[in-house]
Structure formats: C-alpha cells, structure tokens
Design a binder for this molecule. Structure first.
Ligand code: DC
Length: 436
C-alpha cells in the first residue's frame, strides 16, 4: 500500500500532478477539495450563507457524500453526481468558507481516512499530511507563486468556458490563500516532515517526475532504515562504550528535515562513531572503493550510503545527495575528502562538495568535530564528538552559486568544524626562533 499526501494552496497544480502520478503508479487519486466544494454547493443551493456557521452545521445532517472511483473520481451528493457544478469561482469561495468550520472538517474526516485505509492513494487537499494521513509514505507541500497559480487557474477556467479575468482570479486566489492558511482549524501549512516543492517554473510532467523520485527515495530509505536502526540499536552502545565516546551538543541535532552533516575525517571508524551518536538515520557519502570490500560493501549499501567516485565525475553523487536532503534526509559528508590520521585538520585540503550540496539543497549544515589524542585512533583511546549548532545558509556567503562560492562555503563550514575542536594551523616559527 502506498499513501501519498499532497497539500498546498489552490492552483499549485496539486490535482493535475496527482492525477498524472496516480496513472503512472496505478493508484487512486482522491480529490478531497471536491468534498468541501460539494458542501458549499449544497449550502448555496439552500440559500444559506456559507459563513453562517450555525446554519451550515445544522445542514450537515441532511448531507450524504459518497466517493466512487472509475477512471476518475465521482462524487455523489445525496445520490446525485455533482459533476462540474462544483468547479465555479462562487463554489470555490463557499468551499473555503465552510472548510473553516471544525464541524464540517470532522464530518468529512472518516470518509477520507476510510478510502486511504482500503486503497493505495494519492490524496490532495490542505491537511492531508497534517491531519488525514499523518503516517503517509510521502508528504508533499506543493507551492507556486500567486501569479503562476492564477495564470494556471485562469486558463483552466477559460477552457471550461467560465467567464472571468486574470485579475479577479488572482485576487480571489489571494483571498482564499489567506482564509485557508490563517483559519484556526487545520490551516493549510506544511507538516513538519513534508517536502516543500515550489513548481513555479516547472511543467506538470517535471513536477510529477520529481514527486515520483521523492517517493522512490522515501521507499529506499524505508528499506534501509530497519537495518540501520537495528545496527544503531545493537552496535551503537558497544561502539560508544568501547570507544569511550563522549558526545556534546546532541541537542543541536534537528529532529526533522533535510540537513547536511560535515565532519573532519580521521579514520574509517568516524562513520560508525557518528552513526552511533546520531538519533536519526544518516546517509553517508562514501568512496566507491568501500562498496567493493566484501562484507563492508554490502553493509554500507544496505544502510543507504551514497557512492562517490573521487576520480570520475561526482555529479550523480552530488545530485542524489541534494535530492535526499531536499526529501528531508540527513546526508553526512567529510569535506576533506580523505582520511587524515595523525594530521592537524586545520592543515588539510578541502573539497567543494559540502558547499555545493548545501547550496543546491538550500539546507542547514551541522558541523561535527571528532577529537582524539594525536588525531589517531587507538584501542580505548577517549574520543570526543562535538556537535555544533546548525549553520544557516545565509552564513555561507552564496550569491548566485559558483565554484569559488562553493569553495568559500566549504571553507566556512569547515571553519566551524575546526573551532568546535579548538583546532588552528600550527603557528609558523617566528623569525627570531629561526636565528637560534
Ligand atoms: O483544492 P480545492 O480548491 O478544490 O479546495 C476547495 C476548498 O476546500 C479550499 O479553499 C480549501 C478547502 N479544503 C480544505 O480545507 N481541506 C482539504 N483537504 C481540501 C480542501
């Protein structure tokens, strides 16, 4: 069973995109807005104002709504197909008004949940990810600029022969946005774990493909999560005990949302120590060679590591990392690109990858410093893992994204890592010292 929630303001293309995806994946598309629209239609036909709460609530007992799915969704209002009668601007406003009434929302809750219980669905609305399907496999909050949305809606209405102007569609849209996002009950806001996708400059097909990619990533992660959490739960305490690990700054780890974790790199153990320290699954960027080591290779693949070919092109690894972070995952990278045992990290070279991923994924970066005596692992040697506060994007000095900016951002990120551990370049001997 697959459950996809698509929320967002009117005109962001939710229904068109959801229909495409439903067709691609052979699952049911549920347009929940049609339920609110049908109540709006019923209320207007009764000559009642949709803002008259008491009167609307009083009418609910006279409303019976049934959804049927053939090649499209059919909505029966008291046994009669509402068809396109619910698609007028007047009904849009009425639907928005009645949807702000908690009793109306409660009235429609079961209908929506029951459909998702029995079928694989892609459901669109305003509160699907937050209220109706809080456990959805994928939650997308689709947005687009008001102008882009108004143009799309205007064209749609013109094609249906509805007489209107772009200006009136835009102002209605802005009014509805305000109603839907500021109402007290189930306001139209993204769930904490939703992916916010702005499709202002994307076509319908591009948007659908992106969402299908996010679904695939979410399903891959789900597969590897079990194993990852099993290892974390069993090996984690052992690693922490025998490694004599001391962690500071754990409270700085964001619970949700995409992020990039950057740490200094001393040895192969770094990956396991960081994984054992973090309460959420991390997707490590690991060099290609590790994947062909017999047991380790299979293990890191199963745990969801991202393969990078340091000699070839890194484009695929970077793209995958960006997609994963955008999809709300935590990706971990070692900006130095190599292990540097017994070397002061303040004196090593850096790669651009961290700056590049943070720019394209537009995400917070979490600096982590691993500190141990002589910068080298040894049995029972005490290890400090220091987790800094997330570095906001604004601090990384991006303007329009260029190689120089990625390099500078990687430097700034690594600067945070170094300062967590109190690392600085070894001072050059002063001229005086030379003379003696
Ligand atoms: O998606 P739509 O334009 O058909 O929705 C019509 C109205 O119904 C919209 O103004 C907000 C409301 N709505 C809602 O509050 N919750 C939903 N799940 C779907 C729609």
């Amino acid at each position: 069973m697959i459950r996809i929630a698509i929320d967002g303001p009117g005109g962001a293309g939710k229904s068109s995109v959801a229909k495409l995806i439903a067709r691609d994946l052979s699952i049911i598309y549920v347009d929940t807005g049609a339920l609110y629209r049908s109540i709006g239609l019923f209320i207007l036909e009764k000559g009642i104002s949709p803002t008259d709460r008491a009167a609307v609530i009083d009418q609910l007992k006279n409303i019976d709504l049934k959804l049927k799915f053939t090649d499209r969704q059919i909505l029966l209002l008291n046994g009669v197909d509402v068809g396109d009668r619910i698609r007028t601007p007047e009904i849009s406003m009425a639907a928005s008004a009645v949807s702000a009434i908690p009793e109306v929302r409660a009235f429609l809750l079961d209908t929506q949940r029951k459909i998702a219980k029995k079928n694989s669905v892609i459901m669109d609305g305003r509160d699907i990810g937050t209220v109706i399907l809080p456990d959805a496999d994928l939650k997308i909050f689709l947005v687009a600029s008001p102008e882009a949305r108004a143009i799309r809606r205007y064209k749609e209405l013109c094609e249906k022969g509805v007489e209107t102007t772009y200006e009136s569609v835009l102002s209605e849209m802005q009014e509805r946005d305000k109603n839907d996002s500021t109402r007290d009950v189930a306001p139209c806001v993204p769930a904490d774990d939703a992916i916010v996708l702005d499709n202002s400059s994307m076509t319908l097909e591009e948007t659908a493909k992106k969402i299908e990619l996010y679904l695939q990533l979410a399903q891959d992660t789900k597969k590897s999560r079990r194993l990852y959490m099993f290892f974390r739960g069993t090996l984690g305490p052992l690693v922490r005990f025998f490694g004599r690990v001391h962690v500071t700054g754990k409270e700085n780890i964001p619970k949700n949302g995409g992020m990039l974790i950057c740490s200094n790199h001393i040895g192969a153990a770094d990956m396991f120590l960081i994984a054992a320290t973090f309460p959420r699954q991390l997707r490590f960027i690991a060099k290609k060679e590790l994947f062909s080591i017999p047991i380790l290779g299979r293990l890191i693949r199963a745990l969801g590591a991202i393969r990078v070919d340091r000699k070839g092109s890194n484009v695929d690894a970077i793209r995958r990392s960006v997609d994963l972070v955008r999809a709300g995952e935590a990706v971990a990278i070692f900006p130095q690109g190599h292990r540097y045992p017994k070397v002061n990290p303040a004196e090593t070279k850096l790669q651009n990858g961290a700056g590049l991923i943070a720019y394209h994924a537009s995400c917070p970066v979490l600096p982590v410093c691993i500190k141990l005596k002589k910068n080298a692992y040894a049995p029972f040697r005490h290890v400090d893992i220091i987790i800094g506060k997330p570095i906001p994007m604004e601090e990384l000095g991006y303007e329009h994204g260029s190689t120089a900016e990625y390099r500078e951002a990687s430097n700034r990120i690594f600067g945070h890592v170094l300062s967590l551990g109190g690392f600085a370049p070894t001072a050059l001997p002063s001229p005086d010292e030379h003379e003696h």
